[in-house]
Ligand binder design. Structure first.
Ligand code: KIV
Length: 245
């Protein structure tokens, strides 16, 4: 809960001013922990709003937790637009971030810009998130240059789980850890305003966090990140095909 949030007589959240990218930057500078939670529809978006969470992520994990796909890869831009619009109707105060689905941004920066603009224009997104490190730097630069805020995502990148051999912790060897640091620096340099670190040993995530000048948002990456993100269905125990660590 950020300082601008008010509480009612019973302690429940009653009103809150809009969280913007400036709020996130200010929280980071003040060392305040940043909270992010996923939502996939109108009611789950309302829950994120009412809980006083800072950022709401329409994550492509909804492919698995809400649509029952085996992975995030089959999700289309049209499906994601539909979900993002619904979340946006229920989630007013948190800063709204949406994942670019697999296949919508990798081929060229132009395709990535086109997909990003659709989410801003047609689904009320306020930022996009995309998976990848150094190889995505040029794309992140193009998207941020036209005024769309970008959240990076490195470590376990579920869209590449086939190449990674499953949902596995990344950065366990010194070489992999060094590569993760270079990925984080490249994504920051390209203009990302914050970076999700997924399934990374806590010491490595803490080191990367210290080396960056933008916030890190961890999931399975220890307590030393600038903030934490949770998949709402996991947090509420609503997804039981497997239990993330
Ligand atoms: O899709 C998602 O829910 C995510 C989180 C795991 C960060 O990307």
């Amino acid at each position: 809960m950020t300082p601008q949030q008010k509480t009612g007589a019973g302690g429940g959240a009653v009103a809150r001013s809009k969280v913007t990218i400036k709020t996130i930057n200010r929280m980071y500078k003040n060392g305040e922990p940043i909270s992010m939670m996923t939502a996939q529809d109108y009611p789950s978006g309302m829950m994120v709003d009412r809980a006083g969470i800072d950022m709401c992520l329409v994550g492509d994990s909804l492919a698995m937790v809400a649509l029952g796909y085996d992975s995030t890869n089959p999700l289309t831009v049209e499906e994601m637009l539909h979900h993002c619009r619904a979340v946006a109707r229920g989630c007013k105060s948190p800063f709204l971030v949406v994942d670019l689905p697999y296949g919508s941004f990798e081929v060229s920066p132009e395709e990535a810009v086109r997909a990003s603009m659709r989410f801003m224009k047609e689904a009320n997104a306020e930022a996009i998130k995309l998976e990848g490190g150094q190889e995505m730097a040029a794309t992140i630069e193009r998207i941020t240059r036209i005024g769309v805020p970008v959240v990076g995502h490195i470590g376990l990148t579920p869209q590449r789980q086939s190449a990674l051999g499953g949902f596995r912790v990344q950065g366990k060897t010194a070489k992999q850890a060094e590569r993760l640091l270079q990925d984080a620096l490249a994504v920051q340099e390209a203009g990302a305003f914050c970076i999700v670190l997924e399934a990374i040993p806590p010491q490595i995530a803490a080191y990367i966090t210290r080396r960056l000048s933008v916030p890190t948002i961890g999931i399975g990456a220890g307590a030393q990140c600038s903030g934490q993100v949770l998949v709402q269905n996991d947090a509420l125990g609503l997804f039981d095909r497997f239990v993330p660590k």
